[in-house]
Design a protein around this ligand. Structure first.
Ligand SMILES: [Zn+2]
Ligand SMILES: [Zn+2]
Length: 340
């Protein structure tokens, strides 16, 4: 249920700096015992002590120096290396950030979440924390935070990531279509030359392993019956729960039918499967052929393709529905297919 977000690439969001004054760099109390801050917040250990802060979460490019003797004994700290850029992946770290804050608070510690300017990275983490613990939407949590820190302005990449976080129920589910599509897109941004695709990007070739019953339906080449992919590899985009931010990406409306069927999509968009690897490397787009009989199954495009329903998917690995057959599991063995 996720789509590509183009447009953000290459645009760096600059915040902070002298012109903004020093308030943003110091500590602001967002909740009792939860502080937001920038570089100045940790520059003077006395200030931390005064506020009772004994846990510090740093989201920055450099790790802070909390060496012994600096007046910060007993300090608990977590460092997440991250630049304030739209392409930075904060989403993958949100669970452990939120867990760190939760645990510190459960132990009665006051927590400081800080980055450099105190307006983007740290704001993103605290917004995620508020979304999860107060069950707030992204918009509501961000709005609440802005009442404490009017200068808060996370970059648009982080906004998008928090909307995905919301779509996943405020818990990063690495097996969900939302996360898989996000990860694919991050790879596309990172490897424009596509010389080096991480192996974990590919789903295991279903013809190479014995079939696990709990893995759901299996899709085979209609012509030669070779197993091609599992239903868990389908990155569904028509469940109607996609982040609203991408509404503008829709070229034409894509109504979800009342019975939930997807009459308009003539293709499955799936995650890459191992048998595609050699085809995908070094080129931006091409055909997807059956690895056994060479029948044309569909196409791929790292820049994205438009589904017949109107949605853009980036990157896209699409298999025409009429080129494959679904082998359903027997109901007694559990026929439930994964819904995103
Ligand atoms: Zn579609
Ligand atoms: Zn075939």
């Amino acid at each position: 249920a996720v789509e590509a977000q183009g447009g953000s690439r290459g645009r760096e969001h600059r915040v902070g700096g002298r012109s903004r004054g020093c308030s943003a760099r110091q500590m602001l109390e967002v909740r009792p015992g939860l502080f937001l801050g920038g570089a100045a917040a940790v520059a003077e250990p006395d200030r931390l002590r005064e506020a009772g802060v004994t846990a510090v979460l740093t989201v920055d490019s450099e790790e802070p120096d909390f060496s012994p003797g600096a007046g910060v004994e007993g300090l608990r700290s977590l460092f997440v290396p991250a630049l304030d850029r739209p392409e930075t992946d904060l989403l993958s770290h949100l669970d452990r950030c939120v867990a760190f804050i939760e645990q510190a608070r459960a132990e009665g510690r006051a927590v400081l979440v800080r980055c450099h300017a105190g307006v983007s990275r740290s704001v993103t983490v605290i917004t995620a924390f508020m979304m999860k613990t107060d069950q707030l939407t992204f918009e509501k949590a961000y709005e609440n935070l802005k009442t404490v820190q009017p200068e808060a302005k996370m970059n648009e990449g982080f906004e998008w990531q928090l909307k995905l976080y919301q779509a996943m129920g405020c818990e990063v589910d690495t097996s969900s279509a939302v996360y898989k599509q996000y990860r694919l897109q991050k790879v596309t941004e990172k490897y424009p030359e596509l010389q080096n695709l991480p192996q974990e990007l590919f789903a295991v070739d279903p013809s190479a392993i014995s079939q696990g019953l709990k893995d759901g339906g299996l899709y085979k080449c209609r012509k030669c019956r070779r197993s091609l992919f599992r239903s868990s590899s389908i990155l569904d985009h028509n469940e109607g729960s996609g982040p609203v931010a991408f509404a503008h990406k829709r070229m034409t409306p894509s109504p979800v039918l009342s019975n939930g069927s997807q009459a308009q999509c003539t293709s499955y968009f799936i995650e890459p499967v191992q048998w595609m690897e050699s085809t995908l490397l070094g080129v931006m787009d091409g055909q997807l052929l059956c690895p056994k009989c060479n029948a044309k199954l569909g196409s791929f495009n790292w820049y994205g393709e438009q589904c017949s329903c109107g949605r853009w998917i980036t990157p896209a690995f699409q298999i025409h529905k009429n080129r494959v057959d679904e082998m359903k599991m027997l109901p007694v063995l559990g026929s439930q297919t994964r819904k995103i």
